[in-house]
Design a protein around this ligand. Structure first.
Ligand code: FAD
Length: 438
């Protein structure tokens, strides 16, 4: 693998006027070497070894982010979720170890922090999602100490476990924001693990008030899975507050301030004391995408504007978008990326060969809903129609021990050894069943 590292330049470069030290050209440029970028590059290389591909990716580390929930729950160490980037990038690609700062699709070019101008024939945009910590007042200052945590960063996921492990009773709050987020189930999964753990320690759960606070009006977007979670919270005596949107953390008094919503309008404000709080922060497309011509026009999320079936950009046909940064109207997960990547690979090759785009994505996604230390609902669904599907000959709308084993042992293995390598695995040969409960 060729690696291009940043120029040792003292001169400043800014997104408005990127300074260019060198111009390079690749047949395919991929912005972001996370789950989507690497998986798509691998699928492309599987189909055509000779492709000239560059991945623009600043991070030296590659994280398996679904493992952060298990880190927060004390099942994994954070180091179990990470590998050096150079080990997971396909050997055939050029790694541009820099951050993209400006996209110029009119001229088939992008610019990087180190002063590179990267020209391309085709572009794949997948820089993931941006965590907007700053949108909750006081959060940036408070997080990581005095009971405030989030599994949405590898920096704080170990602190979640420290809080859960040492919790002696009081208010344990778990929040959901008023934006789309990656893995919409993650804010609940950690709550169920915490609740389970508190019950295993003499008297702790009796002294605790476990609360889930969300601007939404139901537990999950798919009615069948929502019904299970409603039962779970009822059985476990978890206090759910719908129509509550976290807006401020007051670290000095340990208070969380929420807007109270009715039909999306703010009708009041409430302040709740916390002894620990797990925050799922607001999220959006990275700023450099929002500010680029690739974003959906007039949409505050700033997502990459792609066709939901072909994943081709709606205005720039040589651009494709995939993963969390895309406008795809489905739940943002690595499981979704696993199904999107072969579609992008096939369609991009169709495009290069001047053929009609032949592959279609159906909105498949999956959120393994951990409901305790030995049970999980494998919530697979067709995200475009909010209908449960299953890759297994089992009713997916059930808590199962075997799905906990899948989440803990099988899925991480599949991610590192099959998905990132662009390889199908047995599940891919089974057409998910549109599950209908009798
Ligand atoms: P990422 O994997 O985030 O990759 C984006 C990459 O782009 C990063 O490497 C980043 O460094 C790079 N980048 C950012 N900005 C730039 C730039 N300017 N220039 C170049 N590169 C850039 N998914 C599941 O399927 N199941 C789960 O159980 C699950 N649980 C989760 C739990 C948590 C706590 C979290 C945080 C996520 C979870 N996910 C889960 C979601 C899953 O991790 C993401 O959906 C998936 O990683 C999306 O892939 P991506 O490539 O779009 O983004």
């Amino acid at each position: 693998m060729v690696t291009l590292t940043p120029q040792q330049s003292q001169s400043a470069t800014s997104p408005d006027r990127p300074e260019v030290h060198k111009t390079v050209h690749y047949q395919i440029a991929i912005v972001g070497g996370g789950a989507a970028g690497i998986t798509t590059a691998s699928w492309l290389l599987e189909k055509a070894r000779s492709l000239d591909i560059a991945i623009i990716e600043p991070s030296q580390k590659h994280y398996y982010q679904p493992g952060w929930t298990l880190t927060g729950g004390g099942v994994f160490q954070i180091q179990d979720t990470v590998k050096p980037q150079k080990e997971v990038l396909p050997k055939e690609v050029t790694w541009v170890a820099e951050r993209a700062i400006k996209l110029d699709p009119e001229n088939n070019a992008l610019f990087t922090t180190g002063g590179l101008k990267v020209e391309y024939d085709c572009l794949i945009v997948c820089p993931g999602i941006q965590i907007d910590w700053h949108l909750i007042k006081g959060l940036k200052e408070a997080i990581g100490s005095n009971g405030v945590t989030s599994n949405y960063s590898p920096k704080y996921a170990p602190y979640t476990w420290e809080l859960i492990r040492n919790f002696q009773g009081g208010n344990a709050l778990f929040t959901f924001p008023n934006t789309p987020i990656k893995c919409g189930g993650a804010p609940q999964k950690i709550m169920y693990m915490a609740d389970d753990f508190f019950r295993s320690k003499y008297g702790v759960r009796q002294r605790s008030n476990v609360m889930f606070l969300t601007p939404k009006t139901r537990m999950f977007s798919v009615p069948e899975y929502s019904a299970i979670l409603e039962n779970v919270v009822q059985e476990r005596d978890i206090d759910v507050k719908f129509g509550h949107n976290l807006k401020e953390i007051k670290a000095d008094t340990k208070e969380a301030v929420f807007d109270v919503l009715q039909d999306d309008a703010i009708v009041g404000e409430v302040s709740i004391h916390y002894d620990m709080i797990h925050v799922a922060p607001p999220q959006s497309a990275p700023d450099f995408i929002k500010e680029s011509p690739l974003a959906v026009p007039n949409n505050p999320g700033g997502w990459v504007d792609v066709n939901k079936d072909t994943l081709q950009h709606n205005r720039y046909p040589n651009v494709f978008g995939i993963g969390d940064a895309s406008s795809l109207p489905t739940s943002k997960t690595a499981a979704a990326v696993r199904k999107q990547a072969p579609v992008v690979a096939e369609n991009l090759l169709n495009f290069l060969g001047s053929q009609p785009l032949s592959a279609h994505y159906d909105g498949y996604t999956c959120c393994p809903l951990i409901t305790g230390y030995d049970k999980t609902v494998m919530a697979e669904f067709d995200g475009y129609n909010a209908r449960p599907t299953s890759s297994f000959p089992l009713n997916p709308a059930k808590e199962r021990w075997v799905m906990w084993v899948m989440k803990k042992h099988v899925l991480p293995w599949v991610y590192w050894n099959r998905m990132l390598k662009g390889a199908a695995f047995e599940g891919d040969y089974i057409k998910p069943l549109q599950w209908r409960q009798k």
